[in-house]
Each structure stands twice: as structure tokens, then as C-alpha cells.
Design a binder for this molecule. Structure first.
Ligand code: SF4
Length: 349
């Protein structure tokens, strides 16, 4: 039996009231907290975000604090979350809020969406959850749920599919848009799970779900295969002089822009070539030992890394030489490099 999409609204809202998880950012509807959590949750799992979120707010409790924070401290607070431009954009947006909006989040969707790092989805979430604006916030979870409700075979990675579903949802959006948005996401995260494993028996929308009725929940949503990631070989140098280790800063643009790293070069180099590079860096080798290999996956590129621990006779001025304690406390090291921090042999990940 065909149902109207509007039929899902009430059962979804009722289910949400009874089943929503208590998450730290749901304790209040403070726009700063909601904004921060939404940005952290992009590309990162809820469980991983919780600790970062609490720590970030402990260190930078207000938008003014965020606007003034030094980049090094900001990146340290973000260390391990990846996609570091998200953190830089938070600061830029906070500065605009201080300059233009008395240190507060603007209250209208149209103003929020113009801030750096805030796209349509995040602006929709903030304005509907914090300011009760009747705006949609549709993420991948919501898209999956609605694709299944409609048994849509369209590729959800295509902007046209998202646009079409957005339009349909805008027509049925209730006045409690914030709750509706959160309910749809919550259902996608906890019940209408990805990878062909929805828990339909727990779903309040089962009577309205065409994918369930047609027995095609495993095939929906349709996602055309992404292009293969570029593979890149890298040799990592863990250069040690007594209790110090060499680090350097990456370029201001591109992958991991402005982050710290262990010296490294493209390619998988034989020891002879490694020694030549070290000579070029004015370093005299005492010992050199291969300690392992690992893979690190970014969104468009995959690094296949091999690391060498190298004791040198004298440090040079090309790199910064820091103790392990300094590295822990003061420098933000992206996960691709953090795995080598202890210098132990690692198995291929
Ligand atoms: S019935 Fe199953 S497939 Fe349909 S929305 Fe609910 S959980 Fe998803």
C-alpha cells in the first residue's frame, strides 16, 4: 500500500521523544555547543567525539575564547580528529561572531550559513535546534532513511538526489523542525543502519517503508562506487639525538596544512638512498633501523608508509628537535604520524 511521506512525521517525533540518546551536546540547546558538536561529528564517530567535545569546551568555554585561541593550541585540541581545516574554520567563524554579532551565534539561517565552515546542513541543524527556525538539516543518515522509505534507487551520492529528497522533506517539515531533523538522524544512526543491516523490527516507520514492503532494504540506498584512492608510498624518518626527536611543519596549503610531522619523503627508499638524504640534511648516522610499516587512509589518498628509527650524532637546524614530553603537550601531530610516536615496531595496519 502506498503511503504519503507526511505520514512519517508524527510516529517519528513520538519515537524520538521516547528513544533519543542522552548525548553531551543535547544537555542544552546552546548554539556554541550544538555548532561545535556538529562540526566535530562530520567524518567522526559519536563515541570518539564525546571526549574531544568535553575537553574543547573545558579549554575554550566561550565563542570569545575560541576567537582568540592560538593556532597551535587549537590544533592540539583537534589532534587526532583529522580534517584540521574544520578547526581553523571554527576559529574564523568565532572571530566573525565577535566582530559582528557581539560574540554570539547569529540567529537566522541565512546569516549562519555564510559563516566559514558552515554549510547548509550545519546551518539547518543550528537554526532549527537552537532557534526553532523551520529549516531542514539533512545528513547522510536522514538521506538513507528517506531513500528506504521511498524505495528510491537513485544514487544518494548525486547532488540531484539530495536536492529531490530535500524538496520532499521541506514540504512535510513540521513546526518542531529541530526535533524532526534530530529524529531522522537518530533513526538512521541507531535503527535504519547502513550496509544493508537496518533493524526494521525496532523501527516506528515500518508501516510506511516501501523498501521493507518490497524486501529491498539491502539494496537501498544506492551508492555508485567512488573512484579509487590515489596510492602513495612514503618513507618516514624518526630521527633521534639523545632524548630528542626531529619534527617539522608541513606547508601552509594542501593535505594536513600547517600541521607537524616527522620528516618524510615520497617513495619507499633503500637504505643507501636514505643515507644520502640524511647527508643532505647534514646528519651523521649512528644507527638506522627499519621499525615497521603502516597504512593511513585520507579521503582521496592512501599513504603506504615505512618508518626508520635513526640515531644521529648531532642535530641540525633544518628541523625542530623536541623531547617526547614536549611533543605530547605542545605539538599537534596528525594520526598518520602519531602512530610512530613511540618508535616501536608496528605491524602493518
Ligand atoms: S523499516 Fe527498516 S528500512 Fe525502513 S526505515 Fe525502518 S529501519 Fe529503515
Amino acid at each position: 500500500m502506498q503511503s504519503h511521506l507526511a505520514d512519517i512525521v508524527q510516529p517519528l517525533l513520538t519515537w524520538y521523544q521516547a528513544n533519543k540518546r542522552m548525548l553531551p551536546w543535547r544537555e542544552n540547546k546552546n548554539p556554541y555547543s550544538v555548532w561545535l558538536s556538529e562540526i566535530m561529528l562530520q567524518q567522526t564517530r559519536i563515541e570518539a567525539v564525546k571526549q574531544y567535545y568535553k575537553n574543547f569546551l573545558r579549554q575554550l568555554p566561550t565563542i570569545e575564547d575560541l576567537a582568540q585561541v592560538e593556532e597551535e593550541k587549537l590544533l592540539k585540541l583537534w589532534e587526532g580528529l583529522g580534517y584540521y581545516n574544520r578547526a581553523r574554520n571554527l576559529k574564523k567563524a568565532a572571530q566573525i561572531m565577535v566582530e559582528k554579532y557581539h560574540g554570539k551565534m547569529p540567529t537566522k539561517y541565512e546569516e549562519i550559513v555564510k559563516l566559514p565552515g558552515i554549510g547548509e546542513y550545519t546551518a539547518g541543524a543550528i537554526s532549527s535546534i537552537c532557534f526553532q527556525e523551520k529549516v531542514l538539516a539533512l545528513d547522510a543518515n536522514g538521506l538513507r532513511v528517506i531513500s528506504r522509505i521511498l524505495a528510491s534507487k537513485k544514487d544518494i551520492l548525486l547532488p540531484t538526489t539530495k536536492k529531490e529528497i530535500t524538496k520532499k522533506l521541506q514540504n512535510i517539515l513540521p513546526p518542531e523542525a529541530g526535533d524532526f531533523n534530530e529524529a531522522l538522524m537518530e533513526l538512521g544512526e541507531t535503527v535504519c543502519l547502513p550496509n544493508g543491516t537496518p533493524l526494521c523490527e525496532k523501527c516506528p516507520l515500518i508501516p510506511y517503508c516501501q523498501a521493507k514492503q518490497q524486501n529491498v532494504t539491502r539494496e537501498i540506498p544506492v551508492r555508485e562506487k567512488k573512484k579509487k584512492r590515489k596510492q602513495e608510498e612514503r618513507t618516514i624518518f624518526l630521527l633521534q639525538k639523545e632524548d630528542k626527536i626531529a619534527i617539522c611543519k608541513r606547508k601552509k596549503t594542501g593535505l594536513l596544512a600547517g600541521m607537524y610531522e616527522f620528516p618524510n619523503v615520497e617513495g619507499r627508499l633503500p637504505k643507501k638512498q636514505i643515507k644520502e638524504i640524511l647527508k643532505g640534511w647534514n646528519l651523521e648516522v649512528v644507527t638506522i633501523q627499519k621499525i615497521g610499516q603502516a597504512v593511513h587512509i585520507f579521503s582521496h589518498i592512501e599513504w603506504n608508509m615505512v618508518a626508520y628509527q635513526i640515531q644521529v650524532r648531532k642535530s641540525n637546524t633544518i628541523f625542530q628537535w623536541v623531547t617526547k614530553e614536549q611533543l605530547e603537550k605542545e605539538y599537534a601531530l596528525p594520526s598518520a604520524f602519531a602512530k610512530w610516536k613511540d618508535g616501536k615496531t608496528k605491524k602493518k595496519e
